[in-house]
Design a protein around this ligand. Structure first.
Ligand SMILES: [Zn+2]
Length: 373
């Protein structure tokens, strides 16, 4: 259940929701009353406040209600019983009634002592706990000599004071939970705002401004995942329906699902030559994210991304004449060595950055290059 808190010096007290066996009640009560003042001295400490504590609070409140009601009923009942005992049963009967009343007080004291201890840092105003401690102290002093009726009255006082503490704990925990929920909402709103302010690199006309410093090297793509396509079985050679006979896979890399990167065969051959030069200049192969894209994928992209994606049947990826390098701004972004090399040297291999994909173009995409032969 709950972790041991700062008030665990009172661990001898029974759990708040259960009563000890009758034989142990008195011992527990003595222990509780003795340590009650110690519990009051405990200051704020680290306790993990969790939402499920509200359920625990509700159970405690219900139990406290029951005890208050039972104690009130018992006071009335004992008034009658004491009178009957004295008049009809004599001294022995009265003593028996008193013994029952004392047991009831001890049980209430033990219960309240547990609540007092466990509430050490869980109330906003400690006055209710101090009041409970005072009532417990008075009960301890009077218990030995009080009449049956007085014992029952004390039990009712203890239960009432305990109820006030339980209510205060519930209010405190509810406030904590509300604060936690508000903090979570604020954090979620901040994340959403940060995401919204990040440039959508694939938006038409939206320049891909530098991302915030702390994630400047993360991918600029945040849409659903799309993958490069294998050749289209039975493809007729139209856009997005290129058969295997029209395509060649590049030799040095595959996509994250193991699909080879296919291009129209002459474009693939040119890219092989480009990559050799690229690797010589930059020390690593050109990374690819997507090359040939079949019609079904283009339809799905259009549905998911809207006008950012080309109208199905018109994409240069559908003709096997385009590549996308990864949307990694620190590696392939506008101001990187890789892009500078590709823009300067790609045309010698037939590969260009189209005007529309450049900064200031109609649809800036630093990752997109096309084969123009
Ligand atoms: Zn592209």
């Amino acid at each position: 259940m709950r972790p041991p808190g700062p008030g665990s010096v009172t661990a001898a007290a029974p759990p708040a929701a259960s009563r000890p066996p009758e034989a142990d009640i008195r011992r527990a009560a003595v222990t509780v009353v003795t340590v009650a003042s110690l519990a009051l001295g405990v200051t704020a400490g680290g306790w993990a406040w969790t939402v499920d504590r509200r359920a625990e609070d509700e159970a405690l409140r219900a139990a406290a209600d029951e005890r208050v009601a039972a104690a009130a009923l018992a006071v009335d009942a004992d008034r009658s019983a004491a009178a009957v005992g004295a008049a009809v049963l004599g001294t022995a009967g009265a003593a028996s009634v008193r013994t029952g009343s004392r047991a009831a007080l001890d049980a209430a004291v033990a219960q309240a002592g547990g609540t007092l201890a466990s509430s050490a840092v869980r109330v906003d105003d400690d006055a209710v706990r101090q009041a409970l401690a005072a009532v417990l102290g008075a009960a301890e002093q009077e218990a030995a000599t009080a009449s049956a009726v007085r014992l029952r009255a004390l039990a009712a006082e203890v239960a009432g004071a305990e109820r006030a503490v339980v209510d205060a704990v519930a209010a405190h925990d509810a406030a904590q939970a509300a604060q936690a929920a508000q903090a979570a909402e604020r954090a979620a709103a901040e994340r959403a705002a940060a995401a919204a302010s990040r440039p959508r690199a694939t938006s038409p006309g939206a320049p891909a401004a530098p991302a915030p410093a702390d994630r400047s090297c993360a991918t600029t793509y945040s849409g659903p995942a799309f993958y490069t396509s294998p050749p289209t079985d039975g493809g007729d050679g139209s856009n997005g329906r290129l058969p295997a006979s029209a395509l060649t896979a590049v030799s040095w890399t595959r996509d994250s699902r193991g699909t080879p990167f296919y291009l129209r065969s002459d474009a693939a051959a040119a890219l092989e030559r480009l990559n050799a030069a690229f690797r010589a200049a930059l020390g690593h192969d050109l990374a690819l994210d997507l090359t040939y894209r079949d019609l079904d994928t283009q339809v799905a992209m259009r549905a998911a991304l809207g006008s950012v994606a080309a109208v199905p049947g018109t994409s240069s990826h559908g003709t096997g004449l385009a590549i996308d390098v990864p949307e990694l701004p620190c590696t392939y972004g506008w101001d990187t060595a890789a892009r500078a090399w590709l823009v300067a040297n790609g045309p010698a291999y037939g590969w260009v950055s189209p005007a529309w994909a450049r900064q200031g173009g109609s649809n800036p995409e630093y990752w997109h290059y096309e084969y123009r032969g």
